[in-house]
Design a protein around this ligand. Sequence first.
Ligand code: PGA
Length: 248
Amino acid sequence: MIFAGNWKLNLGPKAAEDFFNEFKKAEISEEIQKQCYFFPQNLSLSAAMNAANGLSVNLGSQNIASEKSGAFTGENSLEVLEELNLPYCLIGHSERRSLFKEDLNDIRAKMNLLNSSKVSAILCIGESLEERESGRTNEVLKEQLETALLEVPESKEFILAYEPVWAIGTGKVASPEMAEEAHLFVRNFLKEKYSEEKSKSTAILYGGSVKPESSKGLSQMPNIDGFLIGGASLKVDSFKGIIDNSEA
Ligand code: PGA
């Protein structure tokens, strides 16, 4: 299982430091630490890196620009992630899509930029409530996957996160069965586009209001390989609660 914390615009440098000091006291085994990923806001990244020193957790950025450098005020560069040896970044989170107007082509450009880099994406996909209610969930997922992965070769590692937009930050978690159905669709997409092997080796995370109470049922589903966690990743207690309740 993978436990990824998306801190969004929360936890500044001091709070990030406090989080990892607390995390160190929580007696989380090294094996589990390696399965934990955290995405602080970029200005907290260096404080988080220092505070997580000695832990085996993975850190990354919540976003990168589709260009490596140049006149792009306010953006985050892949080159900096590479220089800092940070191996992951989120791409296409629904907040980037809706609030910052990233479209399918922007997300494809970011995925393509990573093709020649050691940094791997956690590519987020998911349908809105309206799309689900009109029976278009699979069509939307397919379109998001097809465009983002168009030029991504089989050899490039990435992680996928299925996050139904209606479940993000709303407290309305998808039922295990509903999430499993979407995960199976995504798994089959990978099998058709790439190979059986690629579909099995690519982790597919569920995200959207995951809490300690809901993690058990979701984690029992065969195609759910972990979680992308927003609100419940801000406190060690709830993050650890999700780990403890999950079945590998
Ligand atoms: P949430 O956020 O757990 O607060 O719903 C999940 C996410 O946006 O990745």
